[in-house]
Design a protein around this ligand. Structure first.
Ligand SMILES: Cc1ncc(C[n+]2csc(CCOP(=O)(O)OP(=O)(O)O)c2C)c(N)n1
Ligand SMILES: [Mg+2]
Length: 385
């Protein structure tokens, strides 16, 4: 028997506005109205500025570890711009720009990295999940959330973000398998920034693209220039339309680069060449839009100066709100997870101010009970609860 072709495919790479200012009119015309483009640009600048603010907060001991988003602003922003307000956006930890576009308050993100649980309380009507740090968990949640929406008769989709490194986690493959076999409408977006901390993506995967990871699950797959806002908008538009109409998942690889360290706990100069970083600085997503808008007379230095003034104030206000929040009543962290607290957690909550967490208060010596009650009263008086 002759050998026949069992399966043949190709993966498109989409680029609309490149770093040299070339613009593909055929794909890009009318994609983003000028007024929106200005707002999207301002959102990227504001997000980049907050990165610097957060870095300095960490270095001065006012924040825990923080992962900068610098260089990757156009990926999540493109998706947030396209998605419907009631679609789920289920992200990792480098998608601030998209989350802010959807209305997540900046102080929520700051509070999260300051170690305050209240930063994870995302407003219900924003359809976003809290930041995920354990790699891979969020893709499964995206599939589950959208499956639930289908039971409710909603045509809501989810768009979930994860890194090149996270796409080697078992959870990623389980989520893809689950979504494709059960036909769950999830747009999977892999942010390939070439590094998973100090592991280069060429060690992480031997395949020429990350996009092809979706092929084995029967998904339509595309690769885009993730530093090109027009291309990310175009790709998410196409993928989300397909996914909403068919009810099936799709896959996008956004090729981008983190210009900063992995987090404030990392020093990327120890494993990355300066030449590589410089080459990516020249492909900066923000500069690209600014040059494009300037050439089209939509932007000038005076507008930039006014924007920076506004952004500095907005971000300083966000820091003030995050740092000015009253210390939590310590029993509050039992409130978020359950509608009805299970008995063992009730016991923990009621005994948490003692030195024997979780122990039945009646078994504590009377002076320990007294001391616990006193500590409670002091804490409540101090914080006005
Ligand atoms: C399950 C799990 N394993 C390991 C880690 C530690 N860790 C945090 S970020 C990271 C690298 C992630 O790389 P990638 O998915 O490419 O995302 P990027 O940071 O490049 O955006 C690792 C290994 C973790 N958070 N969770
Ligand atoms: Mg990565």
């Amino acid at each position: 028997m002759p050998i026949t072709t069992a399966y043949e495919t190709k993966i498109d790479h989409i680029s609309i506005l490149d770093e040299h200012g070339n613009f593909d009119e055929k794909l890009g015309k009318g994609l983003i109205p000028d007024a929106d483009l200005v707002k999207l640009y301002e959102a990227m600048v504001s997000c980049r500025h907050l990165d610097g603010v957060a870095f300095r907060l960490q270095r001065s001991g006012r924040m825990g570890t923080y992962p900068q988003n610098m260089g990757q602003e156009a990926t999540s922003l493109g998706a947030a711009y396209v998605l419907r307000k009631d679609d789920w956006m289920v992200t990792c930890y480098r998608e601030n720009c998209g989350l802010f576009w959807r209305g997540v308050p900046k102080e929520s993100i700051l509070l999260h990295w300051m170690g305050d649980e209240r930063g994870n309380a995302m407003p219900k009507d924003h359809f976003v999940t809290p930041i995920y740090v354990p790699l891979g968990t969020q893709m499964l949640h995206a599939a589950g959330l959208t499956m639930a929406a289908r039971y409710q008769g909603k045509d809501r989709i989810a768009c979930t973000f994860f890194g090149d490194g996270a796409s080697s986690e078992g959870d990623f493959h389980e989520a893809c398998n689950f979504a494709s076999n059960l036909e769950i409408p999830v747009v999977f977006v892999c942010q390939n920034n070439f590094w998973a901390i100090s592991t280069p993506s060429k060690i992480n995967s031997a395949a020429p693209t990350f996009a092809q990871r979706g092929l084995s699950y029967g998904m339509p797959c595309t690769q885009v220039d993730g530093n090109d806002l027009f291309a990310t908008v175009y790709a998410v538009k196409q993928a989300s339309e397909y996914t909403r109409v068919s009810g099936k998942p799709s896959f996008i690889e956004m090729v981008t680069y983190r210009l900063g360290d992995h987090t404030t706990a990392d020093d990327a100069t120890r494993y990355r060449d300066k030449a590589e970083v410089d080459a990516w600085k020249a492909r900066d997503p923000i500069m690209r839009i600014r040059n494009y808008m300037t050439a089209r007379k939509l932007w000038d230095d005076a507008k930039e100066a006014a924007l920076m003034e506004r952004v500095e104030k907005e971000n300083a206000d966000a820091v003030a709100r995050a740092e000015g929040i009253a210390a939590p009543n310590r029993s509050e962290f039992f409130d978020a997870m359950y509608a009805e607290l299970p008995a063992d957690l009730v016991r923990q909550r009621d005994t948490m101010h003692t030195h024997s967490l979780g122990q039945d208060p009646s078994q504590l010596p009377p002076e320990a009970q007294e001391r616990a009650a006193q500590m409670d009263a002091e804490a409540q008086a101090a914080h006005g609860h």
